[in-house]
Design a binder for this molecule. Structure first.
Ligand SMILES: *[C@@H]1O[C@H](CO)[C@@H](O)[C@H](O)[C@H]1NC(C)=O
Ligand SMILES: *[C@@H]1O[C@H](CO)[C@@H](O)[C@H](O)[C@H]1NC(C)=O
Ligand SMILES: *[C@@H]1O[C@H](CO)[C@@H](O)[C@H](O)[C@H]1NC(C)=O
Ligand SMILES: *[C@@H]1O[C@H](CO)[C@@H](O)[C@H](O)[C@H]1NC(C)=O
Ligand SMILES: *[C@@H]1O[C@H](CO)[C@@H](O)[C@H](O)[C@H]1NC(C)=O
Length: 524
């Protein structure tokens, strides 16, 4: 057993080629490198409206890994890493999505060594590195673009003929979506000719190389629906790690086919229902349930590999829509109590309220990285509850959730041994749930992990519960929580090592393994 732990730690240090299966138990913290942390820990002003670089770096991320890991995340998604265009009509490319040269790094964020150290520092903590990439286009500051300024695609033939995608194309003309251009005459996003064999080979070689060079464990792929579907399987194979793509669309029927060509999609169809469901007390939780059931039955392998999120850098932050803490805590609970891989966009935990781009890209250093705020605690508890549920049921990550009840204002979500009770009544209400077939043992001791209040199941294993101030409840058996752990230890009755204790073991063995690898290198 000890030997097993030791050996697996040894292999954690180099790149893991982490598969979709390896990712299904992970929890991802998404950040924009420019806005997360500075190398020297300083806090420069950062006016989002200016759309300028604010000073965040890969070194800065390394210095704040405790902050991320303390919340229970075991993967970090960073914004694109390659060299981008300079000043444009729409500001600077601090977000990294305006590629100029795929073979150079964006020097604002640091050096090759800095990026490699970020990967190795993550791996020492048994955390994964996910990198965001853009394949569909490159960005130009003139129209027509100066094609010879791009690397490596530097002739007009490497790109589709210029035509800008029209709003009506999205419903009627997939060829235009794939072969016409995003952007506009001020900032044309030159659409790479992914029908050309040389271009395809260059991309596939490139992706194999960056995965290896920077020990990347997973890829978030931008604008996936803008590239022909049959481009993706060979690209994903060349990557050899988990791939999750942005397919911005509200219908599962549009998104699902993309889960056949890469590992998974970001779960936009669910997000489109999730946001309005909890953004007001008139939202429709039944519509959220319907979207989830549709995703479960149409995505490849169910919803387990989908990226599940409430916020990202392209959408107004949830707390720009409502500041009602009851609604916010219900909505934030969603990504952590369902089938997919939870993703939290940096800053949500600090209560950031930025609206549309660029307002939703605030500098995190301005928050002081406080760890005792209510939403930080909320996230920490939700991550820990997910791990505790999985520790208690080996099928947790492979069994689809069930809605035991769904109405426009209430949801009962069963993912054994977890039972989540959600409502959108808001903080002036005291929601009640009566769940006759909750699936627990007769008179089983349960705990709402968000309050540590004990509830006892009835003689049929059913649950009757009531909360205050519109709060959600996330129930687990007291036996699934450890007396030595950090989730409600005072009411826990279980004894298994807590997540924190496991983390300690991995760190100790990881350090020993690192020392051995260092010795091997020194003596070779
Ligand atoms: C950046 O470009 C904009 C528009 O092209 C221009 O107004 C602005 O002065 C430029 N800023 C710098 C620092 O060059
Ligand atoms: C186009 O880009 C090339 C390579 O960077 C540069 O040498 C050339 O001056 C640029 N041409 C124009 C018109 O900007
Ligand atoms: C779809 O868009 C392409 C590219 O703009 C265009 O050539 C084609 O005629 C369009 N097809 C239809 C049916 O409108
Ligand atoms: C998706 O959006 C379109 C256009 O806004 C709308 O007609 C359609 O009903 C939406 N689909 C779902 C599942 O909400
Ligand atoms: C809520 O969503 C469900 C499922 O999509 C739908 O059948 C119902 O009509 C919606 N209710 C309201 C009030 O919009």
């Amino acid at each position: 057993m000890l030997l097993n732990v030791f050996l697996s730690s040894l292999f954690v240090l180099p790149a893991l080629a982490a598969s979709a299966d390896d990712w299904r138990s992970r929890s991802i913290y998404q950040l924009l490198t420019d806005r997360f942390a500075t190398s020297d820990g300083s806090s420069p002003t950062c006016n989002t409206g200016d759309r300028k670089y604010c000073g965040g770096t890969w070194k800065g991320i390394v210095k704040k890994l405790d902050y991320i890991q303390n919340m229970g995340f075991d993967a970090v998604w960073i914004s694109p890493i390659v060299a981008n265009v300079g000043n444009t009509t729409y500001g600077e490319a601090f977000h990294g999505y305006w590629t100029l040269d795929i073979n150079s790094l964006n020097s604002h964020f640091g050096t090759e060594d800095d990026l490699k150290s970020l990967a190795s520092e993550l791996h020492k903590r048994n955390m994964y590195l996910m990198v965001d990439i853009v394949v569909n286009h490159m960005a130009a500051t003139s129209n027509p673009p100066n094609f010879s300024g791009f690397t490596p695609f530097n002739t007009q033939n490497d790109f589709h003929t210029e035509c800008f995608i029209q709003a009506s194309d999205y419903d009627n003309n997939q060829t235009a979506v794939e072969q016409c251009w995003l952007g506009d005459a001020n900032l044309p996003l030159a659409d790479v000719n992914t029908e050309d064999d040389n271009v395809v080979n260059t991309w596939n070689t490139w992706v194999t190389n960056i995965i290896k060079t920077y020990s990347i464990d997973g890829l978030r792929i931008d604008t996936v629906k803008h590239v022909r579907k049959d481009f993706w399987p060979a690209f994903a194979k060349a990557a050899g790690v988990y791939t999750v793509g942005e397919v911005l669309h509200n219908e599962t029927s549009y998104v699902a086919p993309y889960t056949e060509v890469i590992d998974a999609a970001l779960d936009y169809p669910t997000w489109f229902q999730l946001t309005p469901a909890f953004a007001s007390t008139h939202g429709n939780l039944s519509a959220l349930a319907a979207a989830v059931q549709s995703a479960q039955s149409s995505y490849k392998g169910g919803e387990f590999f989908a990226g599940s999120f409430l916020e990202n850098h392209d959408q107004p932050r949830f707390q720009s829509l409502t500041k009602d803490l009851g609604l916010v805590k219900n909505a934030m609970a969603w990504p952590f109590i369902q089938d997919g891989i939870p993703i939290l966009y940096y800053g949500q935990e600090q209560g950031y309220t930025g609206g549309n781009d660029p307002d939703n890209r605030e500098a995190l250093w301005l928050s002081g990285y406080e760890e005792d705020k209510p939403l930080v605690t909320h996230v920490k508890t939700l991550n820990a509850a997910r791990k505790a549920a999985a520790a208690a049921n080996k099928d947790f990550y492979t069994s689809g959730l069930k809605f035991l009840s769904s109405t426009p204002s209430n949801l009962v979500v069963s993912k054994p041994p977890m039972l989540a009770l959600l409502s959108n009544g808001g903080s002036s209400t005291s929601p009640q749930w009566s769940v006759p077939n909750a699936g627990y043992s007769a008179n089983e001791d349960l705990v709402d992990v968000l309050t540590c209040i004990k509830i006892t199941a009835d003689s049929n294993g059913g649950v009757t519960a009531k909360s205050t101030q519109g709060m959600p409840q996330v129930l687990l058996p007291a036996s699934a929580l450890s007396k030595q752990g950090n989730v409600c230890p005072s009411v826990a009755t279980g004894n298994q090592a807590s997540g924190a204790e496991k983390k300690w073991a991995v760190q100790v063995f990881g350090t020993v393994a690192a020392a051995i690898v260092t010795c091997l290198v020194a003596f070779s």
